[in-house]
Design a protein around this ligand. Structure first.
Ligand SMILES: Nc1ncnc2c1ncn2[C@@H]1O[C@H](COP(=O)(O)OP(=O)(O)OP(=O)(O)O)[C@@H](O)[C@H]1O
Ligand SMILES: [Zn+2]
Length: 490
Protein backbone atom coordinates (compact mmCIF):
# COMPACT_ATOMS: atom_id res chain seq x y z
CA UNK A 1 0.00 0.00 0.00
CA UNK A 2 1.35 3.43 -0.88
CA UNK A 3 1.61 5.32 2.34
CA UNK A 4 1.52 9.09 2.36
CA UNK A 5 -0.19 9.79 5.66
CA UNK A 6 1.54 12.45 7.73
CA UNK A 7 0.50 12.98 11.31
CA UNK A 8 1.52 15.67 13.76
CA UNK A 9 3.54 14.02 16.48
CA UNK A 10 3.27 16.10 19.65
CA UNK A 11 6.47 14.49 20.92
CA UNK A 12 8.59 16.00 18.13
CA UNK A 13 6.30 18.96 17.45
CA UNK A 14 6.13 18.31 13.72
CA UNK A 15 4.25 16.41 11.05
CA UNK A 16 5.85 13.05 10.38
CA UNK A 17 5.26 10.33 7.80
CA UNK A 18 3.28 7.61 9.53
CA UNK A 19 5.27 4.39 9.53
CA UNK A 20 3.75 1.61 11.63
CA UNK A 21 5.90 -0.88 13.51
CA UNK A 22 4.29 -3.74 11.61
CA UNK A 23 3.64 -2.79 7.97
CA UNK A 24 0.02 -3.96 7.85
CA UNK A 25 -1.14 -3.47 11.46
CA UNK A 26 -1.67 -0.40 13.61
CA UNK A 27 -1.95 -0.26 17.40
CA UNK A 28 -3.93 2.76 18.63
CA UNK A 29 -4.62 3.69 22.25
CA UNK A 30 -6.84 6.61 23.29
CA UNK A 31 -7.70 7.84 26.80
CA UNK A 32 -11.40 7.35 27.29
CA UNK A 33 -13.83 8.98 29.71
CA UNK A 34 -13.96 8.93 33.48
CA UNK A 35 -17.53 7.73 33.83
CA UNK A 36 -19.06 9.77 36.62
CA UNK A 37 -21.37 11.99 34.58
CA UNK A 38 -22.98 12.39 31.17
CA UNK A 39 -20.63 13.03 28.26
CA UNK A 40 -20.59 16.65 27.08
CA UNK A 41 -19.80 18.26 23.75
CA UNK A 42 -16.09 18.37 24.72
CA UNK A 43 -15.98 14.60 25.14
CA UNK A 44 -17.28 14.15 21.61
CA UNK A 45 -14.11 15.73 20.23
CA UNK A 46 -11.52 13.05 21.08
CA UNK A 47 -14.15 10.40 20.31
CA UNK A 48 -14.79 11.80 16.81
CA UNK A 49 -11.15 12.72 16.11
CA UNK A 50 -9.86 9.25 16.85
CA UNK A 51 -12.86 7.59 15.23
CA UNK A 52 -11.86 9.47 12.08
CA UNK A 53 -8.29 8.22 12.44
CA UNK A 54 -9.52 4.65 13.10
CA UNK A 55 -11.78 4.83 10.06
CA UNK A 56 -9.15 6.35 7.77
CA UNK A 57 -6.44 3.86 8.74
CA UNK A 58 -8.94 1.05 8.15
CA UNK A 59 -9.90 2.62 4.82
CA UNK A 60 -6.22 2.68 3.82
CA UNK A 61 -6.13 -1.07 4.39
CA UNK A 62 -4.49 -1.31 7.82
CA UNK A 63 -5.72 -3.80 10.35
CA UNK A 64 -6.21 -1.55 13.36
CA UNK A 65 -6.47 -2.59 16.98
CA UNK A 66 -8.07 0.37 18.68
CA UNK A 67 -8.04 0.36 22.48
CA UNK A 68 -10.05 3.06 24.29
CA UNK A 69 -10.31 2.67 28.03
CA UNK A 70 -12.96 3.45 30.60
CA UNK A 71 -11.57 5.06 33.75
CA UNK A 72 -13.54 3.65 36.65
CA UNK A 73 -11.03 4.03 39.47
CA UNK A 74 -8.06 6.17 40.45
CA UNK A 75 -9.02 9.54 38.90
CA UNK A 76 -9.01 11.91 41.86
CA UNK A 77 -11.08 15.06 42.00
CA UNK A 78 -8.23 17.55 41.65
CA UNK A 79 -6.40 15.52 38.94
CA UNK A 80 -3.30 15.43 41.14
CA UNK A 81 -2.75 12.96 43.95
CA UNK A 82 -5.12 14.42 46.49
CA UNK A 83 -8.86 14.48 47.00
CA UNK A 84 -11.62 11.95 46.64
CA UNK A 85 -11.96 9.54 43.71
CA UNK A 86 -14.34 11.10 41.13
CA UNK A 87 -16.44 7.92 40.87
CA UNK A 88 -16.49 7.28 44.64
CA UNK A 89 -17.61 10.87 45.26
CA UNK A 90 -20.52 10.54 42.85
CA UNK A 91 -21.44 7.16 44.39
CA UNK A 92 -21.46 8.72 47.88
CA UNK A 93 -23.66 11.63 46.75
CA UNK A 94 -26.10 9.36 44.92
CA UNK A 95 -26.00 6.58 47.51
CA UNK A 96 -25.01 4.01 44.91
CA UNK A 97 -22.29 1.40 44.59
CA UNK A 98 -19.37 2.94 42.66
CA UNK A 99 -19.78 0.25 39.98
CA UNK A 100 -23.46 1.21 39.60
CA UNK A 101 -22.32 4.73 38.77
CA UNK A 102 -19.77 3.31 36.33
CA UNK A 103 -22.30 1.04 34.61
CA UNK A 104 -24.93 3.77 34.35
CA UNK A 105 -22.65 6.35 32.76
CA UNK A 106 -20.81 3.83 30.60
CA UNK A 107 -24.13 2.77 29.08
CA UNK A 108 -25.08 6.38 28.47
CA UNK A 109 -21.67 7.09 26.94
CA UNK A 110 -22.14 4.17 24.55
CA UNK A 111 -25.58 5.47 23.55
CA UNK A 112 -24.11 8.92 22.78
CA UNK A 113 -21.29 7.35 20.80
CA UNK A 114 -23.73 5.22 18.79
CA UNK A 115 -25.79 8.33 18.04
CA UNK A 116 -22.66 10.11 16.80
CA UNK A 117 -21.83 7.08 14.64
CA UNK A 118 -18.54 6.62 16.50
CA UNK A 119 -17.37 3.06 15.85
CA UNK A 120 -16.78 0.87 18.85
CA UNK A 121 -13.12 0.39 19.71
CA UNK A 122 -11.67 -3.10 19.30
CA UNK A 123 -11.11 -3.35 23.06
CA UNK A 124 -12.57 -1.17 25.81
CA UNK A 125 -10.71 -2.13 29.00
CA UNK A 126 -11.63 -0.84 32.45
CA UNK A 127 -9.02 0.23 34.96
CA UNK A 128 -10.63 -1.79 37.76
CA UNK A 129 -10.30 -4.96 35.68
CA UNK A 130 -6.53 -4.50 35.36
CA UNK A 131 -5.31 -4.07 38.92
CA UNK A 132 -2.90 -7.03 38.65
CA UNK A 133 -1.26 -5.61 35.53
CA UNK A 134 -0.86 -2.24 37.23
CA UNK A 135 0.67 -3.82 40.32
CA UNK A 136 3.14 -5.78 38.14
CA UNK A 137 4.29 -2.58 36.46
CA UNK A 138 4.70 -0.83 39.82
CA UNK A 139 6.88 -3.78 40.95
CA UNK A 140 9.03 -3.30 37.86
CA UNK A 141 9.43 0.42 38.58
CA UNK A 142 10.40 -0.30 42.20
CA UNK A 143 12.93 -2.92 41.03
CA UNK A 144 14.43 -0.44 38.54
CA UNK A 145 14.83 2.23 41.22
CA UNK A 146 12.32 4.71 39.79
CA UNK A 147 9.72 4.36 42.54
CA UNK A 148 9.67 4.29 46.33
CA UNK A 149 7.25 3.14 48.98
CA UNK A 150 6.09 5.56 51.61
CA UNK A 151 3.57 4.76 54.32
CA UNK A 152 1.79 2.11 52.23
CA UNK A 153 1.68 4.23 49.08
CA UNK A 154 4.10 4.00 46.14
CA UNK A 155 5.30 7.10 44.30
CA UNK A 156 7.20 7.61 41.09
CA UNK A 157 10.61 9.13 41.77
CA UNK A 158 10.78 11.90 39.19
CA UNK A 159 14.24 13.09 40.25
CA UNK A 160 15.78 9.60 40.02
CA UNK A 161 14.14 9.11 36.63
CA UNK A 162 15.32 12.42 35.25
CA UNK A 163 18.94 11.56 36.03
CA UNK A 164 18.68 8.94 33.29
CA UNK A 165 15.79 10.04 31.08
CA UNK A 166 14.11 13.24 29.99
CA UNK A 167 11.06 13.96 32.20
CA UNK A 168 9.05 16.70 30.50
CA UNK A 169 9.91 15.85 26.90
CA UNK A 170 6.26 15.70 25.79
CA UNK A 171 4.95 18.81 27.50
CA UNK A 172 8.17 20.80 27.26
CA UNK A 173 8.42 21.24 31.04
CA UNK A 174 11.86 21.41 32.57
CA UNK A 175 12.64 19.41 35.65
CA UNK A 176 14.80 22.29 36.97
CA UNK A 177 11.76 24.59 36.84
CA UNK A 178 9.60 22.00 38.56
CA UNK A 179 12.20 21.69 41.31
CA UNK A 180 12.55 25.44 41.86
CA UNK A 181 8.78 26.03 41.73
CA UNK A 182 8.02 23.45 44.35
CA UNK A 183 10.95 23.60 46.72
CA UNK A 184 9.08 25.17 49.65
CA UNK A 185 6.44 22.45 49.61
CA UNK A 186 8.90 19.60 49.70
CA UNK A 187 10.06 17.60 52.64
CA UNK A 188 6.47 17.49 53.87
CA UNK A 189 4.08 14.56 53.66
CA UNK A 190 4.81 11.21 52.06
CA UNK A 191 6.52 12.32 48.88
CA UNK A 192 10.22 13.06 48.43
CA UNK A 193 9.27 15.79 45.96
CA UNK A 194 5.86 17.33 45.46
CA UNK A 195 6.03 16.63 41.71
CA UNK A 196 6.39 12.87 42.33
CA UNK A 197 3.14 11.17 41.43
CA UNK A 198 1.24 8.25 42.93
CA UNK A 199 1.49 4.79 41.41
CA UNK A 200 -0.38 3.19 44.30
CA UNK A 201 -2.32 4.97 47.04
CA UNK A 202 -3.07 3.54 50.44
CA UNK A 203 -6.84 3.82 50.93
CA UNK A 204 -8.22 5.87 53.81
CA UNK A 205 -10.60 3.80 56.02
CA UNK A 206 -13.71 5.32 54.40
CA UNK A 207 -12.45 4.72 50.82
CA UNK A 208 -14.68 2.07 49.22
CA UNK A 209 -12.73 1.13 46.10
CA UNK A 210 -9.74 -0.78 47.43
CA UNK A 211 -7.66 -3.83 46.57
CA UNK A 212 -5.17 -5.75 48.71
CA UNK A 213 -1.52 -5.39 47.73
CA UNK A 214 1.87 -5.99 49.32
CA UNK A 215 2.07 -2.24 50.05
CA UNK A 216 -1.41 -1.64 51.50
CA UNK A 217 -5.12 -2.01 50.87
CA UNK A 218 -5.41 0.67 48.26
CA UNK A 219 -5.91 1.62 44.63
CA UNK A 220 -3.77 2.48 41.61
CA UNK A 221 -2.88 6.03 40.53
CA UNK A 222 -4.75 7.39 37.51
CA UNK A 223 -1.73 7.47 35.14
CA UNK A 224 -0.90 3.82 35.80
CA UNK A 225 -3.97 2.34 34.13
CA UNK A 226 -3.18 3.67 30.65
CA UNK A 227 0.44 2.47 30.75
CA UNK A 228 -0.59 -0.98 31.97
CA UNK A 229 -3.58 -1.47 29.66
CA UNK A 230 -1.94 -0.12 26.49
CA UNK A 231 1.02 -2.40 27.08
CA UNK A 232 -1.21 -5.39 27.76
CA UNK A 233 -3.17 -5.11 24.52
CA UNK A 234 -0.74 -3.37 22.17
CA UNK A 235 2.68 -4.43 23.44
CA UNK A 236 5.59 -2.65 25.12
CA UNK A 237 5.96 -0.56 21.98
CA UNK A 238 3.05 0.55 19.83
CA UNK A 239 2.16 3.05 17.12
CA UNK A 240 -0.22 5.81 18.22
CA UNK A 241 -1.44 7.18 21.55
CA UNK A 242 -4.15 9.83 21.49
CA UNK A 243 -6.12 12.00 23.86
CA UNK A 244 -7.12 15.58 24.59
CA UNK A 245 -4.53 18.34 24.78
CA UNK A 246 -5.42 18.81 28.45
CA UNK A 247 -4.02 15.35 29.15
CA UNK A 248 -0.54 16.14 27.84
CA UNK A 249 0.55 17.12 31.33
CA UNK A 250 0.59 15.47 33.74
CA UNK A 251 -1.22 12.38 32.45
CA UNK A 252 0.71 11.58 29.27
CA UNK A 253 4.03 12.85 30.59
CA UNK A 254 3.62 10.43 33.50
CA UNK A 255 2.65 7.60 31.16
CA UNK A 256 5.90 8.12 29.22
CA UNK A 257 7.91 8.12 32.45
CA UNK A 258 6.19 4.95 33.70
CA UNK A 259 6.69 2.98 30.48
CA UNK A 260 10.28 4.16 29.98
CA UNK A 261 11.11 3.55 33.62
CA UNK A 262 9.71 0.02 33.49
CA UNK A 263 11.09 -1.09 30.13
CA UNK A 264 14.08 1.12 29.41
CA UNK A 265 12.53 2.45 26.22
CA UNK A 266 9.53 4.51 25.21
CA UNK A 267 6.26 2.82 24.35
CA UNK A 268 4.64 5.23 21.91
CA UNK A 269 5.87 6.23 18.44
CA UNK A 270 3.30 8.95 17.68
CA UNK A 271 1.48 11.08 20.25
CA UNK A 272 -1.62 12.83 18.93
CA UNK A 273 -3.67 15.44 20.80
CA UNK A 274 -7.00 16.98 19.91
CA UNK A 275 -7.59 20.59 20.88
CA UNK A 276 -10.42 21.71 23.15
CA UNK A 277 -14.06 22.54 22.61
CA UNK A 278 -14.51 25.93 24.20
CA UNK A 279 -17.53 27.98 25.16
CA UNK A 280 -17.07 31.75 25.30
CA UNK A 281 -13.40 31.02 24.80
CA UNK A 282 -13.09 28.85 27.92
CA UNK A 283 -12.57 25.06 27.93
CA UNK A 284 -15.90 23.26 28.23
CA UNK A 285 -15.51 21.10 31.29
CA UNK A 286 -17.46 19.21 33.87
CA UNK A 287 -15.44 20.74 36.65
CA UNK A 288 -16.12 24.25 35.32
CA UNK A 289 -19.86 23.61 35.06
CA UNK A 290 -20.05 25.27 31.62
CA UNK A 291 -20.91 22.14 29.67
CA UNK A 292 -23.74 21.05 27.41
CA UNK A 293 -24.28 17.29 27.49
CA UNK A 294 -24.59 15.43 24.23
CA UNK A 295 -28.14 14.32 24.97
CA UNK A 296 -29.05 17.98 25.63
CA UNK A 297 -27.50 18.90 22.27
CA UNK A 298 -29.68 16.28 20.55
CA UNK A 299 -32.88 17.29 22.39
CA UNK A 300 -32.29 21.04 22.62
CA UNK A 301 -32.96 20.96 26.39
CA UNK A 302 -30.42 23.48 27.64
CA UNK A 303 -30.97 27.23 27.96
CA UNK A 304 -27.83 27.95 25.95
CA UNK A 305 -29.30 26.12 22.95
CA UNK A 306 -31.56 27.94 20.48
CA UNK A 307 -32.66 24.62 18.99
CA UNK A 308 -31.84 20.90 18.98
CA UNK A 309 -28.87 19.77 16.89
CA UNK A 310 -28.88 16.31 15.41
CA UNK A 311 -25.96 13.97 16.05
CA UNK A 312 -24.75 14.34 12.45
CA UNK A 313 -24.88 18.13 12.75
CA UNK A 314 -22.65 17.83 15.82
CA UNK A 315 -20.33 15.43 14.02
CA UNK A 316 -20.12 17.70 10.96
CA UNK A 317 -19.49 20.72 13.23
CA UNK A 318 -16.46 18.92 14.67
CA UNK A 319 -15.16 17.74 11.30
CA UNK A 320 -15.34 21.22 9.80
CA UNK A 321 -12.54 22.26 12.14
CA UNK A 322 -9.07 20.75 12.20
CA UNK A 323 -8.66 18.56 15.26
CA UNK A 324 -5.63 20.55 16.46
CA UNK A 325 -7.48 23.89 16.41
CA UNK A 326 -9.66 25.04 19.29
CA UNK A 327 -13.34 25.02 18.39
CA UNK A 328 -15.75 27.40 20.08
CA UNK A 329 -19.36 26.38 20.61
CA UNK A 330 -21.97 28.74 19.17
CA UNK A 331 -25.52 28.33 17.95
CA UNK A 332 -24.57 30.10 14.70
CA UNK A 333 -21.70 27.72 14.01
CA UNK A 334 -23.94 24.71 14.66
CA UNK A 335 -26.71 26.08 12.47
CA UNK A 336 -24.16 26.60 9.70
CA UNK A 337 -22.99 23.00 10.19
CA UNK A 338 -26.58 21.79 9.96
CA UNK A 339 -26.98 23.58 6.62
CA UNK A 340 -23.64 22.38 5.32
CA UNK A 341 -24.36 18.78 6.21
CA UNK A 342 -27.75 18.90 4.51
CA UNK A 343 -26.22 20.48 1.39
CA UNK A 344 -23.67 17.69 1.17
CA UNK A 345 -26.27 14.95 1.59
CA UNK A 346 -28.58 16.56 -0.99
CA UNK A 347 -25.71 16.70 -3.46
CA UNK A 348 -25.05 13.01 -2.85
CA UNK A 349 -28.67 12.20 -3.72
CA UNK A 350 -28.38 14.39 -6.84
CA UNK A 351 -25.17 12.61 -7.84
CA UNK A 352 -27.00 9.30 -7.89
CA UNK A 353 -29.45 10.67 -10.47
CA UNK A 354 -26.95 12.18 -12.93
CA UNK A 355 -27.06 10.94 -16.52
CA UNK A 356 -23.96 9.77 -18.32
CA UNK A 357 -22.62 11.54 -21.43
CA UNK A 358 -20.20 10.36 -24.10
CA UNK A 359 -17.69 13.03 -23.18
CA UNK A 360 -16.64 14.56 -19.88
CA UNK A 361 -15.86 18.10 -18.84
CA UNK A 362 -15.01 16.82 -15.37
CA UNK A 363 -11.88 15.08 -14.11
CA UNK A 364 -12.83 13.02 -11.04
CA UNK A 365 -9.24 11.89 -10.60
CA UNK A 366 -8.07 15.41 -9.85
CA UNK A 367 -10.68 15.93 -7.12
CA UNK A 368 -9.87 12.50 -5.66
CA UNK A 369 -6.19 13.44 -5.43
CA UNK A 370 -6.98 16.71 -3.64
CA UNK A 371 -9.27 14.99 -1.13
CA UNK A 372 -6.72 12.35 -0.19
CA UNK A 373 -3.94 14.95 -0.02
CA UNK A 374 -6.02 16.80 2.59
CA UNK A 375 -6.60 13.64 4.66
CA UNK A 376 -2.94 12.67 4.39
CA UNK A 377 -1.97 16.11 5.67
CA UNK A 378 -2.60 15.32 9.35
CA UNK A 379 -6.31 14.58 8.77
CA UNK A 380 -7.11 18.02 7.43
CA UNK A 381 -10.89 17.62 7.35
CA UNK A 382 -11.76 21.33 6.83
CA UNK A 383 -9.77 21.31 3.58
CA UNK A 384 -11.27 17.94 2.61
CA UNK A 385 -14.79 19.27 3.21
CA UNK A 386 -13.98 22.42 1.17
CA UNK A 387 -12.98 20.14 -1.74
CA UNK A 388 -16.16 18.12 -1.32
CA UNK A 389 -18.15 21.36 -1.52
CA UNK A 390 -16.28 22.34 -4.70
CA UNK A 391 -17.48 19.00 -6.02
CA UNK A 392 -21.04 19.91 -5.00
CA UNK A 393 -20.88 22.86 -7.41
CA UNK A 394 -19.83 20.43 -10.14
CA UNK A 395 -22.65 18.03 -9.23
CA UNK A 396 -25.19 20.85 -9.38
CA UNK A 397 -23.80 22.00 -12.73
CA UNK A 398 -24.17 18.42 -14.04
CA UNK A 399 -27.75 18.24 -12.77
CA UNK A 400 -28.54 21.56 -14.45
CA UNK A 401 -27.07 20.34 -17.75
CA UNK A 402 -24.22 22.85 -17.61
CA UNK A 403 -21.50 20.19 -17.52
CA UNK A 404 -20.97 16.66 -18.86
CA UNK A 405 -19.57 13.52 -17.32
CA UNK A 406 -18.74 10.13 -18.85
CA UNK A 407 -19.42 6.76 -17.21
CA UNK A 408 -15.89 6.28 -15.96
CA UNK A 409 -15.66 9.68 -14.25
CA UNK A 410 -19.18 9.36 -12.83
CA UNK A 411 -18.32 6.02 -11.25
CA UNK A 412 -15.16 7.51 -9.73
CA UNK A 413 -17.02 10.54 -8.40
CA UNK A 414 -19.72 8.38 -6.81
CA UNK A 415 -17.16 6.07 -5.20
CA UNK A 416 -15.21 9.05 -3.88
CA UNK A 417 -18.25 10.67 -2.25
CA UNK A 418 -19.63 7.43 -0.84
CA UNK A 419 -16.32 6.31 0.64
CA UNK A 420 -15.28 9.64 2.08
CA UNK A 421 -18.64 10.74 3.45
CA UNK A 422 -19.77 7.42 4.92
CA UNK A 423 -16.68 5.30 5.55
CA UNK A 424 -14.09 7.93 6.46
CA UNK A 425 -15.97 10.96 7.83
CA UNK A 426 -18.49 8.57 9.38
CA UNK A 427 -21.55 10.64 8.44
CA UNK A 428 -24.89 8.98 7.81
CA UNK A 429 -28.27 9.92 6.47
CA UNK A 430 -30.62 11.14 9.18
CA UNK A 431 -33.78 11.62 7.18
CA UNK A 432 -35.00 8.12 7.92
CA UNK A 433 -35.81 8.67 11.58
CA UNK A 434 -37.37 12.05 10.84
CA UNK A 435 -39.37 10.65 7.95
CA UNK A 436 -40.88 7.91 10.08
CA UNK A 437 -41.70 10.42 12.85
CA UNK A 438 -43.24 12.84 10.39
CA UNK A 439 -45.16 9.99 8.82
CA UNK A 440 -46.51 8.92 12.23
CA UNK A 441 -47.60 12.51 12.91
CA UNK A 442 -49.48 12.62 9.65
CA UNK A 443 -51.18 9.24 10.11
CA UNK A 444 -52.38 10.06 13.64
CA UNK A 445 -53.63 13.49 12.54
CA UNK A 446 -55.52 11.82 9.70
CA UNK A 447 -57.17 9.37 12.10
CA UNK A 448 -58.10 12.12 14.54
CA UNK A 449 -59.52 14.32 11.81
CA UNK A 450 -61.64 11.37 10.70
CA UNK A 451 -62.74 10.95 14.33
CA UNK A 452 -63.77 14.62 14.53
CA UNK A 453 -65.80 14.22 11.35
CA UNK A 454 -67.47 11.14 12.88
CA UNK A 455 -68.32 13.18 15.98
CA UNK A 456 -69.81 15.94 13.83
CA UNK A 457 -71.97 13.27 12.17
CA UNK A 458 -72.91 11.96 15.63
CA UNK A 459 -71.26 8.65 14.74
CA UNK A 460 -70.14 8.11 18.35
CA UNK A 461 -69.29 4.44 17.84
CA UNK A 462 -66.62 5.23 15.21
CA UNK A 463 -65.29 8.19 17.20
CA UNK A 464 -64.90 6.09 20.35
CA UNK A 465 -63.38 3.18 18.48
CA UNK A 466 -60.62 5.36 16.99
CA UNK A 467 -59.82 6.84 20.40
CA UNK A 468 -59.86 3.44 22.17
CA UNK A 469 -57.69 1.75 19.55
CA UNK A 470 -55.15 4.61 19.77
CA UNK A 471 -55.20 4.35 23.59
CA UNK A 472 -54.45 0.63 23.25
CA UNK A 473 -51.40 1.59 21.17
CA UNK A 474 -50.23 3.94 23.94
CA UNK A 475 -51.36 7.14 22.20
CA UNK A 476 -53.28 9.41 24.52
CA UNK A 477 -55.90 11.60 22.83
CA UNK A 478 -57.21 14.77 24.47
CA UNK A 479 -60.14 16.70 23.06
CA UNK A 480 -59.61 20.46 23.08
CA UNK A 481 -61.87 23.27 22.02
CA UNK A 482 -59.83 23.72 18.82
CA UNK A 483 -59.86 20.02 17.95
CA UNK A 484 -57.48 17.56 19.52
CA UNK A 485 -54.08 16.97 21.04
CA UNK A 486 -52.26 13.71 21.36
CA UNK A 487 -49.11 12.34 22.87
CA UNK A 488 -47.31 9.04 23.05
CA UNK A 489 -47.57 7.63 26.57
CA UNK A 490 -43.96 6.69 27.46
N1 LIG B 1 -13.77 20.62 26.31
C1 LIG B 1 -13.13 19.57 25.81
N2 LIG B 1 -12.72 19.60 24.53
C2 LIG B 1 -12.08 18.53 23.99
N3 LIG B 1 -11.79 17.41 24.66
C3 LIG B 1 -12.18 17.32 25.95
C4 LIG B 1 -12.87 18.39 26.60
N4 LIG B 1 -13.14 18.02 27.88
C5 LIG B 1 -12.64 16.76 28.04
N5 LIG B 1 -12.05 16.35 26.89
C6 LIG B 1 -11.38 15.06 26.62
O1 LIG B 1 -12.27 13.99 26.88
C7 LIG B 1 -11.53 12.84 27.29
C8 LIG B 1 -12.13 12.27 28.53
O2 LIG B 1 -11.76 13.08 29.61
P1 LIG B 1 -12.30 12.98 31.06
O3 LIG B 1 -13.48 12.12 31.21
O4 LIG B 1 -11.11 12.80 31.95
O5 LIG B 1 -12.88 14.44 31.14
P2 LIG B 1 -12.66 15.39 32.32
O6 LIG B 1 -11.24 15.88 32.25
O7 LIG B 1 -13.19 14.73 33.53
O8 LIG B 1 -13.63 16.51 31.89
P3 LIG B 1 -13.88 17.76 32.77
O9 LIG B 1 -12.67 18.64 32.65
O10 LIG B 1 -15.05 18.28 32.04
O11 LIG B 1 -14.17 17.27 34.18
C9 LIG B 1 -10.09 13.31 27.45
O12 LIG B 1 -9.34 12.91 26.31
C10 LIG B 1 -10.20 14.82 27.52
O13 LIG B 1 -9.06 15.45 27.00
ZN1 LIG C 1 -5.02 7.86 29.79
Amino acid sequence: MENKLFIYNTLNRKKELFEPINASHVGLYVCGPTVYGDAHLGHARPAITFDLLFRYLTHLGYKVRYVRNITDVGHLVNDADEGEDKIAKKARLEELEPMEVVQFYTDRYHKDMDDLNVRKPSIEPRASGHIMEQMAMIDQLLANGFAYESNGSVYFDVEAYSKKYDYGKLSGRKIEDLISNTRELDGQGEKKNSFDFALWKKAAPEHIMRWPSKWSDGFPGWHMECSAMSQKYLGEEFDIHGGGLDLQFPHHECEIAQSTGAHGHEAVHYWMHNNMITINGQKMGKSLGNFITLSQMFSGENDVLEQAYSPMTVRFFMLQAHYRSPLDFSNDALKAAEKGFKRLMTALATLNKINVSETSTIDAEELTGKCYDALNDDLNTPILIAHLFDGVKTINALAAGNAKIDANNLEKLKTLYQKLIFDVLGLKAEEEANTSNEMLDKVISLLLTTRNEAKKNKDWATADRIRDELTNLGIVVKDTKDGFEWEINK
